[in-house]
Design a protein around this ligand. Sequence first.
Ligand SMILES: Nc1ncnc2c1ncn2[C@@H]1O[C@H](COP(=O)(O)OP(=O)(O)O)[C@@H](O)[C@H]1O
Ligand SMILES: [Mg+2]
Length: 376
Amino acid sequence: MFLANVSLFDFRNYMELDLALERSATVFFGGNAQGKTNLLEAVALAALTRSPRTQQAAELVRFGQAAARVTCGVQTDTGLKELEVRINLSPVAAGSRASRKFTVNGIPRRSSDVIGSLRVVLFWPDDLQLVKGPGEGRRRFLNTLLSQIDRDHARELNRYSHLLTQRNALLRAIREARQPVDGLDVWTTAVAESGAAIMVERQRRLLELQPIAAAFHRELSDDRERLELRYRPAGARIGEAPLELVVEQLKAAMREARDEEIGRGQTAVGPQRDDVEVWLDDHEARLYASQGQQRSAVLSLKLAELHYLAEVTGEQPVLLLDDVMSELDPARRERLLAALEPGPQALITAADLNDLPKSILERAAVFRVEQGGIHA
Ligand SMILES: Nc1ncnc2c1ncn2[C@@H]1O[C@H](COP(=O)(O)OP(=O)(O)O)[C@@H](O)[C@H]1O
Ligand SMILES: [Mg+2]
């Protein structure tokens, strides 16, 4: 599988773009605010169905326009597959709300049926937050990875998100005495069942990801540091527990927290509150690691994501490297370059071509990005 072409229409600062891509590496260089990140964001949107940098799809539509479109041609063993996302601003609340519509080869699809058609690993400066930022970033890391491996997981995440929204609405209605409390149990059970399925899967995948990340980190730290990922499920002790037991644990935790849940109008436990702590040598990296150690830990996580995705699916994902080469010291840069060797397709941006190693430039197609245009 590789990304054969990208076309954009009124996406961010691109009015119209048609771009054919190399099977190996393509470099995009240009000054600030020209559209380098926007281009990789468009590819990530088509692949993951959501922008990695905003929750508000409306922001993706070019200023002053009503709709945006991103189309990605994916070459597979069986032919060319065309993934398309259309973002339409809502005519009523103009500028603030937008809908996302997906098609594959022209046929309308739900987001959870699109994901996995084009697998990507995005690595960009914001990823430093993976180690030092809040749990949300680490949950997104897991959701992205697991959804790209397994569409059932993407469906379960969607289902859970709907159930959670409904249960939270009911909690608020109970608080305001608009609904009786008896109706809650049904939603508690539904949320616990879906939440437990997600948590058990997270635990299983993390156990497989952990040794891979640890091996990369050991190498990056010259054998000095031991990296560990510790799953912290919110409201359950997963361990070796079977699914039914986790469901019971979540139900019990919700019953126990009921007054608090009604008071806040929010579900207190479940995968939306999970965290994955990154530890280095028995200390949590978020709190104790130096910036350099945190950078190595982030790089280890990203390399593990790339490696694991390729291993489990049997296909190399497309690597999207946004402005990261210049941020890495020579040793870490070498490690990242080594990961490019077995040949994942890579889209690489840089402010300056001097930021990129010769070994990449020699084998890459190079384009200049200027004001939402791409030039050979
Ligand atoms: N919806 C939009 N419509 C038009 N321009 C936009 C939109 N969103 C962002 N931009 C513009 O895109 C530019 C940033 O592009 P970006 O790809 O992040 O730059 P860089 O090349 O530095 O990575 C900014 O000038 C910003 O104003
Ligand atoms: Mg940028």
